[in-house]
Ligand binder design. Sequence first.
Ligand code: NAP
Length: 247
Amino acid sequence: MSKKVALVTGSNRGIGASCVEEFAKLGVNVVINYCHHEEEAKNLEKHIKETYQVDVLTIKCDVSKEDEVENMVNTIVDHFGGIDILVNNAGVSRDSLLLDKNIKEFKRILDVNLIGTYLCSKYVGKIMLNAKQGKIINISSTNAFDTYYPESCDYDASKAGVVSLTHNLAREFAPFINVNCVAPGWVKTAMNKGLTYEQINAEKKKILLGRFAEAEEIAKVVVFLASSKSDYINDSIIRVDGGKYNA
Ligand SMILES: NC(=O)c1ccc[n+]([C@@H]2O[C@H](COP(=O)([O-])OP(=O)(O)OC[C@H]3O[C@@H](n4cnc5c(N)ncnc54)[C@H](OP(=O)(O)O)[C@@H]3O)[C@@H](O)[C@H]2O)c1
């Protein structure tokens, strides 16, 4: 996979940052995208440049804004000449019950998680279709199918939308672009920093492996789906949840 170019959205920390590192280990040039936390992004860029022999571009872009996504994709193409891999990873959640959510909060979750995936796939997809090759990996969640939480009804709906989008993108972009989706269960990242000790223990009891995933454990599956090792995998949704069930 050497000297390919991977754009990982929302990659200043968490699962996205782990994807960036796993790609860099394989010699893939990487684009770090962030929305708010520039320092995290710059620190990651420094670490990747010092540790691996790859080119790194760091771009601030709110994936829910069409003009920003278009600018980000143009900047990447100007710098690298193309994009081989897109990981639609940027995501937000905000726990509160449906009756307590206002429409602005609900829409923001859909805008980042679902509209962001659509916009990045649209602008990167055009580049990949011109090149007649590419791999898109969408990050959904097991909350899309069966591990629902009423506090995250907006998030769960957005992640179900990402699954649906995966199936339609795979059809529209075939046979040139493989479009797959990874659906993690619980992962040890900042997204879950609000969970109490009791909540974490209760959730661990519903996981056959008895623990939350490390971000790298999700990233390794993403990198597999971006590699030639998975060339015949397309339109698939892969759960990476340690064996999780909704008890
Ligand atoms: N953690 C879990 O248990 C879990 C489980 C299933 C699925 N997932 C999914 O995995 C993905 C990564 O989550 P994570 O756990 O690594 O969470 P995280 O540590 O909170 O990271 C979220 C990332 O998304 C970025 N982001 C947020 N809004 C953005 C926007 N409008 N435009 C561009 N980037 C934006 C953040 O950048 P800034 O900090 O700069 O805003 C950050 O880099 C998400 O799609 C999440 O839904 C996570």
